[in-house]
Design a protein around this ligand. Sequence first.
Ligand code: ZN
Length: 134
Amino acid sequence: MKISHIEHLGIAVNSIEESLPFYEDVLGLKCYNIETVEDQKVKTAFLKVGDTKIELLEPTSPDSPIAKFLEKKGPGVHHVAYSIQDGVQNALVEAESKGVRLIDKAPRKGAEGLTIAFLHPKSTEGVLTELCEK
Ligand code: ZN
């Protein structure tokens, strides 16, 4: 697969509202979009850092995957998302053929209208890995 850059880092937080002051007032970044992804039961806030973004993830329900992550590990880095140049579908086929366990068998819609798919952390040295394309 062809990766151009890290599209974003996903960071799990208990509250976007309570986390934003660190990113905006201390780091001087700007939140330009807040969006709820219903099927993931998550509210997201995006901040730009050059070509890369920070995606803050707040659970909207106790059975959200982010709620489970926060319960187990507390707030912190949740996933790394790579920008794929030659298609997420192709990348999934390639990853699976190389023995990587997939969370998503097919690409789906993520925040910001991106096409996304996740690889299982058991196959990626412990880092939940997201592949995405515009
Ligand atoms: Zn993400």
